[in-house]
Write a protein that binds this ligand. Structure first.
Ligand code: GDP
Length: 371
């Protein structure tokens, strides 16, 4: 761009480089708009909102996000924190409990459509509560939904209605948790196009907020997301994202493993069965993710040779930015899930010694088995 242009919808500086940042518009669309009417350029987000009543995800930098969160604490509001149930650690907004002040928080566990039928919903909800407490949050309610299929979105709206009293409702989340998809479901199920408005900025941020009216004059307010650096998603090629963000109900895969066997989850994670009797271990991850069993003693050499080849993702071209896998050992006493943040989990039913490997920065944890 030769001179700065600003979106007449939200005021963000128009740019063609970063899809997820404010003011984005694809270059071809910009050129078209410039030849038609250079005075009224809308960014892609405002364009979609105006024409299709659809919210496009957008993220802001850390300091702007902090300002936004600070503002939340000063309001009398109900806070909805959207979490990806496959990536609790990548979904957490650091310090959210301090920012919300006295305001009540509802945790929404999204992407429930991906869970196999046999996974107990109450157990997942309970686990989300335990995780939230560990973060200092005291949610008044935890609700599971699928933004994609619309499952239980109506239930969520009922819960919101019950708890919001006469407050505004702010929806917060990190990027990729499905916040925009959720809001679009809400709009689809409830609103008409004329109702949607954008209003004044969060102080100090580039973004306007998108407000969806309730009948009593209060609003459901969408806020920009914040990028969470430790999401598995940031280490992979865009083309491989479907492999770590399961899109369909997961079909668990069970492997009979002897001690000293290794299972690779493509090149992005690894599971070692170090010690214990032969047993079936079950992998819950995207159905397309390549799983490879080998002997523990050969595993390191195999990985070095096959990463980017047989063990893809990561792709060869992504290898230079791909972190090394770090190892963490777990002694299993009771039926447990080894949770690979953003990827899924592996269930180990019987006692044994195991190790899990994930790219440096990504979290791995153990929880009581939820099946
Ligand atoms: P945002 O950054 O939080 O606004 O996230 P998006 O709404 O853009 O969603 C991120 C990704 O998750 C997209 O690929 C969505 O299709 C996917 N997604 C969102 N909600 C769901 C859901 O309920 N189930 C599944 N399977 N995928 C979802």
């Amino acid at each position: 761009l030769t001179e700065d242009i600003y979106c007449i919808g939200c005021g963000a500086k128009i740019q063609t480089l970063d899809k997820s940042a404010p003011g984005y518009i694809p270059n071809s669309a910009l050129q078209k708009q410039l030849t038609q009417n250079a005075e009224t350029i809308y960014c892609q987000r405002c364009f979609r909102l105006r024409h299709y009543n659809e919210i496009v995800p957008v993220s802001v930098a850390n300091d702007e996000f902090i300002k936004l969160l600070n503002e939340l604490g000063t309001k009398d509001a109900l806070i909805i924190n959207v979490i990806d149930i496959f990536d609790f650690d990548g979904s957490v907004i650091p310090g959210l409990h301090r920012f919300v002040g006295q305001n009540p928080v509802i945790i929404v566990g999204n992407k429930v459509d991906v869970l196999p039928k046999e996974v107990s919903r109450p157990k997942i909800r309970h686990w989300l509560e335990v995780q939230s407490h560990a973060q200092g949050l005291r949610p008044i309610k935890t609700v599971l939904v699928s933004s994609k299929t619309g499952e239980n979105v109506e239930g969520l709206l009922k819960v919101i209605d019950r708890y919001r009293e006469d407050k505004d409702v702010y929806v917060v989340g990190t990027t990729n948790v499905g916040k925009s998809t959720l809001i679009n479901q809400v709009i689809r199920q409830n609103m008409t196009i004329k109702d949607l408005i954008t209003t004044s900025r969060f102080p100090g941020t580039t973004l306007d907020k998108i407000e969806i009216p309730f009948e009593d004059g209060r609003y459901l307010i969408d806020t920009p997301g914040i990028i969470h650096e430790h999401q598995m998603a940031h280490y992979l090629n865009d083309k491989d994202l479907n492999l770590i963000a399961p899109q369909k109900e997961i079909k668990p895969k069970t492997f009979q493993l002897n001690a000293r066997q290794t299972l690779f989850l493509a090149g992005i994670a690894r599971f070692d069965y170090i010690q214990g009797a032969r047993q079936g271990i079950t992998v819950y991850a995207d159905n397309q993710l390549y799983l490879h069993r080998t002997k523990l003693e050969n595993a390191d050499v195999f990985y070095t040779r096959q990463i980017g080849q047989l063990l893809t993702p990561p792709r060869t071209e992504d290898l230079k930015n791909f972190p090394k896998l770090v190892r963490q050992e777990f002694s299993i006493q009771e039926p447990s899930d080894i949770v690979y943040a953003g990827l899924g989990w592996i269930t180990v039913k019987h006692p044994g010694l195991v190790a899990a490997y994930v790219p440096e920065g990504v979290n791995v944890a153990v929880r009581p088995a939820i099946i």
